[in-house]
Design a protein around this ligand. Structure first.
Ligand code: FPP
Length: 234
């Protein structure tokens, strides 16, 4: 059966998962981080080449200082001291997003996990952090403009395939995009890469989105007739 090369997850519903259980929102984020670690290993075991996840959007800075600080500190904890399973399972961690506005200790933790996993080859875990899809396209356009100006790129050579090279990470297009937590929207997630993604929306809140739920999403993907704008040929 076809396993998608690139799966992306909008990890929504941490707060509601916690509230339903009478817990603090922060406990939902902490449970979500544990879920993410398990899913990354499972994705690798399934043969998925890239797993992209939406961990923090540029707009998430609008949340309370307390919640933003909690998420930043959780990331430091995971990137520095957890993720051992990820590191030992040949998963390479990379990041997409803007560096501006991130605390230096957060940037340092990101460096640590990237460095520890840089030679891992089975699967890439692309963590979108301080990420916005419109910002990514704007930032890519600025890099294109620079390359045209300095003569590295000829204007007429730019096309939709080599534009990927200017995005935060040069990854394949998304095959399957999952959003947990009941809402049906993209929230600016990987807009360029999601052009032909199959979309899978599930009510389950992210902390409860376990390995079986990922299997179900892939089973859905396997029923999709992917035509990429063409007509069915068989
Ligand atoms: C959306 O749920 C989730 C987030 C804004 C954060 C996602 C972060 C994680 C899953 C943890 C990531 C951890 C690491 C180590 C990368 P929400 O808070 O919007 O939930 P709600 O819609 O129910 O309020």
């Amino acid at each position: 059966m076809m396993i998608p090369d690139h799966v992306a997850i909008i990890m929504d519903g941490n707060g509601r998962w916690a509230e339903e259980r009478g817990l603090k929102r922060s406990e939902g984020h902490s449970a979500g981080a544990k879920t993410l670690e398990k899913l990354a290993i499972h994705a690798k075991d399934l043969g998925i080449k890239v797993l992209s996840v939406y961990a923090f959007s540029t707009d998430n800075f609008k949340r309370s200082k307390e919640e933003v600080d909690y998420l930043m500190n959780l990331c430091i904890l995971y990137f520095k001291n957890r993720f051992n399973e990820v590191i030992n399972n040949n998963v390479k961690v990379v990041f997409s997003g803007r560096k501006e506005n991130l605390r230096s200790d957060v940037l340092e933790a990101m460096e640590t996990v990237m460095e520890k996993t840089k030679n891992n080859t089975d699967c890439i875990l692309n963590i979108c952090f301080n990420y916005g899809g419109q910002e990514e396209i704007v930032d890519a356009s600025l890099k294109v403009a620079k390359d045209i100006k300095n003569g590295t790129l000829k204007e007429t050579n730019l096309n939709r395939d080599n534009f990927y090279h200017y995005l935060y990470q040069d990854l394949p297009p998304i095959d399957l995009l999952i959003r947990t937590g009941k809402e049906h929207r993209l929230s600016g997630f990987m807009l360029y890469q999601a052009t032909y993604a199959e979309l899978y929306f599930v009510d389950t809140y992210f902390p409860s989105f376990n390995e079986d739920e990922l299997d179900k999403a892939i089973q859905y993907y396997q029923t999709c007739d992917r035509r990429f704008g063409n007509v069915k040929t068989n």
